[in-house]
Write a protein that binds this ligand. Structure first.
Ligand code: SF4
Length: 109
């Protein structure tokens, strides 16, 4: 097999593989990791948020169980950016909480 033939064969293979990958992504067959920014924010209407007394701004929480200097950023269940924005929380699968939020499930790292 000549070098040119091998190159053409390789191109055909890569082209077909690329097309299959794009098609699989389009059909949702391959997992695509969603970023935290894609997750919907937990709202006050969320049943779990109500049950855990979640607030998006810990400073506005009137809950007596909240200790000073505690927010989602310093909680072991939070895995987002520290001090700003939103990130995933294990208590709210598929959603994101405010970095400066707080709830009764708070547990220091
Ligand atoms: Fe924030 Fe922790 Fe409550 Fe999740 S469990 S909402 S990170 S305080």
């Amino acid at each position: 097999m000549s070098e040119l033939t091998q190159l053409k064969s390789r191109r055909r293979f890569l082209g077909a593989a690329g097309s299959l990958g794009v098609t699989a992504l389009g059909l949702g067959l391959l997992p695509v990791k969603a970023s935290a920014a894609d997750l919907p924010h937990v709202t006050d209407a969320d049943a779990t948020a109500k049950a855990l007394s979640y607030v998006a701004d810990a400073g506005k929480s009137a809950n007596p169980a909240r200790k000073p200097n505690t927010d989602c950023s310093s909680c072991q269940f939070y895995s987002g950016p520290k001090g700003k924005g939103f990130g995933p929380c294990q208590m709210f699968p598929g959603k994101s909480v405010s970095a400066v939020g707080w709830c009764q499930a708070y547990s220091a790292r």
